[in-house]
Design a binder for this molecule. Structure first.
Ligand code: HEM
Length: 408
């Protein structure tokens, strides 16, 4: 049998980064959790878990905590992460999350629907204007849709979006599981400092001339003393919120399109079938999860699935592999939008469950049928390549041929 060392060597290489799923299948064959041999890039990671039930149980247990990698404390980028809900533990986590969760109300979600439809239609119009030829689906649709929708929701000027993305990319490269090199750290630090300055300006601007966006609402609440959040924490949370909100959703679209087009009967039926569309969006997220790894540290000496984990050691939780656990998802690699079974772990679970899960699902449910009814002959021009990151995995460029539009 192949051992974990061989599997990880493959995973960290180019082949594994392009297609990690054979490695995940190999890890499943070893069991729900496997102890890791010590390697410099593993730092305090004691084991890798892929079993759906085991991964879910660790994430649901509020005592398993998020631990910053050693040596981060002096770094600018860590300061940002460590003062945001995504990276802190209770009780600070609950205090911060509460502020933002309060803004994700059903009413606000309802108000997003027309924004999503308007932005989707504008992008589809532009694709149609370009004629029946080739286009990069990521540049023309998958990226600008969530970026513009979330920017409008949060209150980030659209003109700043490309500048912004470069900074986000620097941070995401550093977050990659094997990406913590000094050069990437330095680049992430600079990006973090630039984003902080950007938000400090934006908050000052919104203070002077408030709008109806999330930032204006938060600034008003902080200034009125109604919110238990310092300005520093507000900035950190906004950075993390916007980062979390669109890079992931870009990949929901770009990873999802090849799956849909490989199943023409599903693609053709989506426009008239909201239930099928909802199932297809969830199945895309299960099979091609944008986030592959999470990690949690043990609150005390523990034994997980027979593997001893010492206190403060981490377990790498491969949610993208848990989503293909053959024990929970029969024929796990098959795309089946009518599949019943447990929810995927694409949005995590437990305390840190994705705050924007409903937003992303809504974007997918509204925009994908729109796209497929407008371009029923859409096809992929060349084999896509993936980002190469093992943390956020997705297609960054996807050449498609629209095949001409169909006006309803
Ligand atoms: C398909 C798109 C998305 C995916 C796959 C995704 C995935 C995730 C995952 C796996 C987590 C859990 C992190 C952990 O447990 O350590 C998470 C947390 C989070 N997500 Fe998302 N996300 C998506 C979209 C969004 C959107 C649209 C927003 C904002 C509108 C958002 C905001 C957040 C925030 C703020 C957290 C941290 C919550 C906390 O720590 O309490 N995400 N997301």
């Amino acid at each position: 049998m192949v051992d974990v060392e061989q599997l990880l060597t493959r995973l960290y290489g180019d082949e594994g980064r392009q297609d990690p799923y054979p490695t995940y299948a190999g890890l499943h064959a070893l069991g729900p959790i496997t102890a890791l041999p010590p390697r410099p890039e593993h730092r305090a990671i004691a084991a890798v878990a892929v079993g759906y039930d085991l991964v879910g149980a660790v994430l649901r247990d509020p005592e398993w905590y998020k631990q910053p990698p050693p040596g981060w404390a002096e770094q600018e980028i860590l300061r940002t992460f460590q003062t945001s809900m995504m990276f802190v533990n209770p009780p600070d986590h609950g205090r911060m999350r509460h502020v933002f969760a309060g803004t994700f109300t059903p009413r606000r979600l309802g108000a997003l629907e027309p924004v999503i439809l308007r932005v989707a239609d504008e992008l589809l119009d532009a694709m149609a204007d370009a004629g029946a030829g080739g286009t990069d689906f990521v540049a023309d649709f998958a990226y600008p849709l969530p970026a513009r929708v979330m920017a409008e929701f949060i209150g980030i000027p659209e003109a700043d979006l490309s500048w912004y993305r470069e900074r986000v990319d620097r941070i995401d490269e550093f977050l990659d599981v094997a990406g913590k090199t000094p050069q990437r750290l330095a680049a992430a630090n600079t990006a973090g400092a630039e984003l902080r300055a950007f938000y400090a300006d934006l908050l000052a601007h919104r203070r002077r001339s408030p709008g109806t966006d999330l930032i204006s609402g938060l600034v008003e609440a902080v200034d009125a003393g109604g919110i238990e959040l310092t300005e520093d924490e507000l900035i950190s949370n906004l950075i993390v919120l916007f980062n979390a909100s669109f890079v992931t959703t870009v990949y929901m679209f770009s990873n999802g399109l090849p799956l849909l087009l490989a199943h023409p009967e599903v693609a053709a039926a989506l426009p008239g079938d909201p239930e099928l569309t909802a199932g297809a969006v969830d199945e895309i997220l299960r099979l091609e999860a944008p986030v592959h790894f999470l990690a949690r540290a043990a609150p005390r000496d523990a034994v997980l699935g027979g593997v001893p984990i010492a206190r403060d050691q981490n377990v790498l939780l491969v949610i993208a592999a848990a989503n293909r656990d053959p024990a929970r998802f029969p024929d796990p690699g098959r795309f089946d939008p009518r599949r019943s079974g447990p929810p995927s772990l694409a949005f995590g679970i437990g305390l840190h469950y994705c705050l924007g899960a409903a937003v992303s699902r809504l974007e997918g449910r509204l925009a994908l049928p729109r796209l497929l009814s407008r371009f029923p002959r859409l096809r992929i021009e060349e084999r896509p390549t993936y980002s190469g990151s093992l943390f956020l995995r997705g297609i960054d460029k996807l050449l498609v041929h629209t095949g001409g539009e169909e006006r309803p």
